[in-house]
Design a protein around this ligand. Structure first.
Ligand code: FES
Length: 144
């Protein structure tokens, strides 16, 4: 279970590219490494294929944070997809800051197929980070 503060357990969405991020997840599973239950992974073909609209939609639908993991620079199976993802996520952070959502609610971390421990550590670190950040401000606005 995730660390919690005042009963708050963040909803975390974790986008993993098929080749490296998901591979890291499979490696973690092979070694029985566990990430927090509040972290919900989903697969995209490449981090560069992750439409920024889906990231925004995750926040609109109640996610407290979104973390993205894909192949290390130079290792993307689609050559430059991860560079595209890096640019998009930098832009996404600016957009979130502009809307008062805090750009630090989106992280990009490189994870290779064999880096199961790194994937688990990233999930835990990000989840703990979201505990410190608190709930998605959109939820508070809509609940009042
Ligand atoms: S295939 Fe992994 S980031 Fe592009």
């Amino acid at each position: 279970m995730a660390e919690e503060k005042n009963g708050f357990v963040p909803k975390v969405v974790y986008a993993l590219c098929t080749w490296c991020g998901s591979g890291g997840s499979e490696t973690a599973a092979a070694f029985h490494l566990k990430y927090p239950e509040n972290v919900r992974p989903f697969r995209v073909m490449c981090t560069g294929a992750l439409d920024p609209a889906y990231t925004l939609r995750a926040f609109i639908e109640g996610a407290d944070g979104v973390v993205v993991s894909g192949c290390h620079p130079g290792d993307c199976h689609y050559n430059t997809g991860n560079y595209r993802a890096r640019r998009r996520i930098a832009a996404m952070k600016t957009i979130l800051d502009t809307f008062g959502l805090d750009g630090d609610r989106v992280w990009l971390r490189w994870v290779a197929h064999g880096e199961g421990q790194k994937l688990v550590d990233t999930a835990k670190e990000f989840s703990d980070h979201m505990v410190e950040k608190g709930p998605n401000p959109l939820k508070e606005r809509w609940d009042t």
